[in-house]
Design a binder for this molecule. Structure first.
Ligand SMILES: [Zn+2]
Length: 409
């Protein structure tokens, strides 16, 4: 009883494990047909949805279910339902995507839900729907992934064929550990543009402290700058070949930033765990508006990178049972973490902080990170000990001055 209650309260964290399927050649043919049929159905329903401007799942079901089954040979009832949900989801996620019909590639990953697949975990086989009937396919995987699959609740899965290898990427729900009280306060992380991130302890990330392919943030900065120039050159050209290179570039940059964000969030959470603290980051809305002020820096800014950093850190903190909080970003770069004096005059030069009242001086991003850490403590206390005295400093700042206005992208 007690266990059930606490599990329901804490929920879980979705995690993806990858299984390698071992289909017989007949099964592989059936799986290939299933992928083809499901993607063909999604593409067909997507065109219908877009032509008729019909996006909500129930309306789309009414519009497309019978037509899709009549038009796409071998499409079962459940597969049709799943395809409709998939199309509705594709249009629901981004309003911008409604400007043109969403494309479903013929060999793209196909989602399977509980109605299209069933598991025999003892025999290590999974039964998958295909137009030729259910296929009981055996699977293998890494030891820890198989263990996770044996013990955790299983959600949806993506069926995908990569270079002739059949893979099933399965979502399992990992129980969330209880969040430990941040007895030693918070580690503040300032997401900058010049330095990608600086902690309230003064660590500059990514730096030599982080393992992995990137050593020192100078490398990342230089790479971004080079990409920026390359992109400008290609944009001027504007030919279709140039546009193709551009797409590939942004993909590569995307992957690099994702890697950096994984490293930073991993470091921050591990450091907080080691020192009995929580992790505090600035709320995204404010970062955008604050950074917008710097025209020179803006060009290298990807607001998605900030959003991704927040998502990664939040997830890793939850997985480790570490407190995580977002703080009001107003004036984190102008406030003095020692005496509280907040003024534009505290910033004598770009990258420098020097308090005109108490004389505290240092790296501007480090000072901002210290403010973030302090606001993390105050914000956490306000939420988790609502009877604690005093307003959190973030709220005080918001009440005394209007927050920097945000909007656009
Ligand atoms: Zn001061």
């Amino acid at each position: 009883m007690a266990i059930r209650r606490s599990a329901a309260k804490r929920q879980g964290l979705p995690t993806v494990v990858q299984l390698r399927l071992a289909p017989t050649s007949a099964q592989a043919d059936a799986l290939a047909t299933a992928v083809q049929v499901c993607n063909q159905a999604a593409a067909y329903i997507s065109r219908l949805a877009w032509q008729q401007r019909t996006f909500p799942v129930l309306d789309l079901h009414r519009l497309a279910y019978h037509q899709a089954r009549a038009h796409v040979g071998g499409l079962g009832a459940q597969a049709a339902v799943r395809a409709i949900a998939r199309v509705a989801g594709a249009y629901a996620n981004r309003r911008a995507s409604r400007k043109r019909a969403h494309i479903f590639r013929p060999h793209g990953a196909v989602p399977y839900d509980a109605r299209l697949m069933s598991w025999n975990r003892d025999a290590r086989t999974v039964s998958l729907w295909t137009p030729a009937g259910r296929m009981h396919v055996s699977y293998t995987g890494r030891e820890e992934d198989l263990k996770a699959l044996d013990t955790l609740p299983i959600g949806e899965a993506d069926l995908i064929c990569r270079k002739g290898v059949w893979l099933l990427q399965v979502t399992v729900t990992v129980p969330k550990p209880a969040v430990r009280e941040p007895v030693s306060g918070f580690l503040g992380v300032d997401q900058g543009v010049v330095n990608l991130a600086v902690t309230s302890d003064g660590a500059v990330l990514p730096g030599p402290a982080l393992p992995g392919p990137i050593h020192g943030n100078g490398h990342v900065g230089a790479l971004r700058e080079r990409r920026y120039r390359q992109r400008r050159r290609l944009q001027k050209k504007g030919t279709s070949a140039a546009r193709r290179v551009l797409r590939r570039l942004s993909g590569r940059e995307h992957r690099m930033m994702t890697d950096v964000n994984h490293q930073i969030s991993k470091y921050a959470v591990r450091e907080a765990e080691r020192t009995g603290r929580g992790v505090a980051l600035e709320d995204l809305q404010g970062i955008r508006s604050r950074v917008r002020a710097h025209r020179l820096q803006r060009r290298t800014l990807h607001s998605w990178a900030f959003a991704q950093q927040i998502a990664f850190t939040r997830y890793k903190a939850a997985r480790a049972g570490i407190a995580f909080t977002l703080v009001d970003p107003a004036y984190t770069s102008q406030a003095c973490p020692e005496c509280g004096w907040t003024s534009r005059a505290n910033r004598p030069a770009r990258g420098r902080f020097a308090c005109i009242r108490c004389g505290l001086a240092g790296h501007a991003d480090h000072t901002a990170a210290r403010n973030i850490a302090q606001r993390g403590v105050a914000g956490w206390a306000a939420v988790n000990q609502p009877h604690a005295t005093g307003l959190p400093s973030a709220r005080r700042a918001r009440e005394s001055k209007p927050p920097a206005s945000a909007g656009g992208s």
